[in-house]
Design a protein around this ligand. Sequence first.
Ligand code: NAD
Ligand code: GLY
Length: 365
Amino acid sequence: MSETISVGLGERAYDIHVGAGALARAGELLNPLAKGLVPIVTDSHVAKLHLPALTEALNKCGIQSRAIIMAPGEVSKSFAGLERLSNALLDLEVDRNGLVIALGGGVIGDLTGFAAGVLKRGVAFAQIPTTLLAQVDSSVGGKTAINAAQGKNLIGLFHQPRIVIADTALLSTLPKRELLAGYAEVVKYGALGDAKFFDWLEANAAKALSGDSAAMVQAVAHSCKMKADIVARDERETGERALLNLGHTFGHALEAATGFSDRLIHGEGVAIGMALAFRLSVHLGLAPGQDAERFTRHLKAMGLPAAIGDIPGARPSVGELIRAMAHDKKVTDGKLTFILLKRLGEAFVTRDVPLEAVKLVLTDG
Ligand code: NAD
Ligand code: GLY
């Protein structure tokens, strides 16, 4: 089973190919874009597991490639990582008509997209995402970035990939915790804009995460379709695209307060953040309590954390969390932006949230 989704961005339009086994088609899919030697940027975990299959798929179609292997984790999404990668790309003499492939999770995709965007004022890149988070979110939409000492993703640009190849079979090697964390971004689409998808996930997500290939392809393809449609309408996040940040104001603050450590990985922060956004919406009289309860029940049933108390170790203080939120990119004119919910399947953006209500949710949630 496979699906192709188009991201309708005019001259920057591209396709997302979702399927179990899609990697084997990488040669034919990339052939029209590949010119000369093609660098494959990946990390050492993914290189061991999936680089040989990609190299073979490219070889079959006569595409010569060379791997650039980065250290796994956020450490590579840094000025130092960018310098190393840019030098490696320059040493391979990638020219303006060249293509760079990102094979990996969100870290490799964000770093490679950024490096490709600034290399010789911009070269084309292809996304081959290997985590669930990257397949349903970070590989689509063209947000690329590295981190700065002042915060995550603060140095970046919009640079759309030319193609996305999401092979759901690659997810079978992903640690269970990473798979579940990526699922938070899947369920986000149901919560923010598609109640029927949420119903479907309640019935099918456990199956998808435990290896049912057709269910996983459907979950990834539907998520990509929702993101593609939003990005096509609002590429630069002047409006609707902000809905994709559901749970992220709270989630990023929780990640910052836990030191971006193993205590809480990104998708887990988003899961708790979405549950808190729902509680805040109920507290403000905007959403029905039973929708928030149903949402939280589903997160818990899937094995995701749904409250601040679910984070192992000392509970971050309310003051610490508020300070972290104030540093977030989602602050404009000193006001916090929140994505709140009217009901399951309908989110909206607001900058009109009393600080006292936020503090209450951070105390109780
Ligand atoms: P990641 O890239 O660090 O990958 C997580 C871990 O899984 C790494 O250790 C990696 O080596 C390993 N891994 C990757 N694929 C594997 C596979 N198939 N089998 C076994 N191990 C595998 O993390 P992530 O969760 O994919 O991405 C997080 C990053 O994405 C963050 O930096 C975040 O800021 C960014 N992000 C960007 C966007 C965007 O729109 N650009 C959206 C969401 C998140
Ligand atoms: N992950 C949020 C966005 O792409 O806008």
